[in-house]
Write a protein that binds this ligand. Structure first.
Ligand SMILES: Cc1ncc(COP(=O)(O)O)c(C=O)c1O
Length: 394
């Protein structure tokens, strides 16, 4: 077979270099590019860490959102006990990149995935934990660990997930005891507590709606704790909560660990929520840098379409320049129009900063994020942040 030159790799190197050179000014970043305002991100980081500390709660931010070992380590350096992920391969990507404490806050059933996880438990120093909601899942997890030679006592922490209102994964309170007993009966598993996360409550717009949803969650958690206590079982920890609800879980006296993730970047969808009076003020820290590429009398076109940002939670908003609206122009284009007297269509080549609607799937579209220090307009590229678990879907 003849060797085939890897044009893809060299082309990739070219555009990645053009996109971001450390030390260059923001204006020189080629577009479209995923950019983190490091100053805003660090303020969000500190505000959440302070919040959890002030409530005496553990913080285990969700890294499914940024998929980056560097950002996970940064969160752990700011008092997070570890991070959550949703997928086995996210856990493995972050563990291989040196993250020391990772909780898969989700069910894993496929034997092949459990075998990969068990190998990592065996080979890596990372402390792993995992959620379960079925007898089969528990049996397969214990078996995979056994097969990998992980036989020591209580090598992996297991949380039994209860459905607290989302209607997705998790069991009803009446089914929890049997699963907890099954976990406790496995030599290589440790019953670590309950997973209780209400996903659909997070984006209910008003504080009153979110309060009502979380009041129902609390009552499910309390009912489950009462049933386990009556059976003589101590629950070490209840873990859960997201950026839209964590104030409520924190005030409940039931949850001991908060899993919010999006607070670090604060996307457009979360910014559309009515602000909770008890929550720290989080700032947008994740942007798509784009530029005007075609202009007509009625509109301008920028070079960021839905291959550079996810649109499942709505289109991006235009952060700068002001007074503009973004309409879907397809995979590679956004159509900009003037919406008020402050707005003026961007000129050809003029920078347009977008705030994505949903940070998690937006980040997953990029190999790296560009960390800017000193503001969007005047800032400089300080570092490139690898999205280590990009595409790790298994
Ligand atoms: C289990 C679990 N915990 C926590 C979170 C964090 O939520 P957010 O990023 O919205 O703060 C999520 C997000 O989907 C989740 O699925």
């Amino acid at each position: 077979m003849s060797a085939r030159p890897d044009f893809g790799a060299s082309a990739r190197e070219g555009w990645q270099r053009a996109q971001a050179v450390i030390g260059q000014g923001a204006a020189a970043i080629d577009t479209p590019a995923l950019v983190i305002d490091l100053d805003a991100m660090e303020r969000n980081l500190a505000r959440m860490a302070d919040f959890a500390r002030s409530k005496g709660l553990r913080l285990r931010p969700h890294a499914k959102m940024h998929k980056s070992a560097e950002l996970a380590r940064l969160q752990m350096a700011h008092s997070a006990v570890g991070v959550c992920v949703q997928k086995t391969d996210e856990a493995l990507a972050l563990a291989h990149a040196g993250v020391s404490d990772i909780y898969i806050s989700n069910e894993v059933i496929a034997p092949a995935k459990l075998a990969r996880l068990a190998q990592a438990v065996h080979a890596l120093p990372t402390q792993f934990s995992i959620a379960v909601d079925s007898a089969l899942g528990i049996a397969r997890l214990a078996e995979a660990l056994q097969q990998a030679g992980v036989t020591g006592p209580a090598v992996i922490d297991v949380f039994v997930e209860i459905d607290v209102g989302h209607g997705r994964c998790g069991v009803a309170p009446a089914q929890v005891l049997a699963l907890v007993q099954q976990v406790m009966a496995q030599h290589n598993l440790r019953f670590a507590g309950l997973q209780a996360y209400h996903g659909s409550a997070q984006h209910q717009r008003s504080v009153a709606e979110r309060d009502a949803a979380l009041a129902a969650s609390e009552s499910t958690v309390r009912q489950t704790l009462d049933a386990l206590t009556a059976a003589g079982i101590t629950v070490p920890l209840v873990t859960g909560a997201g950026t839209g609800s964590f104030v409520r879980e924190a005030g409940s006296g039931l949850w001991g660990e908060l899993q919010a993730g999006s607070y670090l970047f604060m996307d457009g969808d979360y910014a559309a929520n009515e602000a909770d009076p008890g929550a720290p003020a989080f700032e947008h820290a994740l942007f798509i840098k784009s530029q005007g590429m075609s202009v007509s009398a009625a509109h301008a076109v920028c070079d960021a379409g839905h291959k550079s940002h996810a649109i499942d939670s709505g289109l991006p908003s235009v952060w700068l320049p002001s007074g503009l609206a973004y309409a879907n122009g397809g995979d590679e284009h956004g159509v900009l129009s003037v919406v008020d007297e402050t707005g003026e269509l961007p000129a050809l080549g003029e920078t347009v900063w977008l705030v994505p609607g949903h940070c998690d799937p937006t980040v997953n579209l990029h190999d790296f994020a560009i960390g800017l220090r000193g503001g969007l307009d005047a800032g400089q590229v300080e570092r490139l942040i690898a999205i280590d678990a990009r595409g790790a879907l298994g």
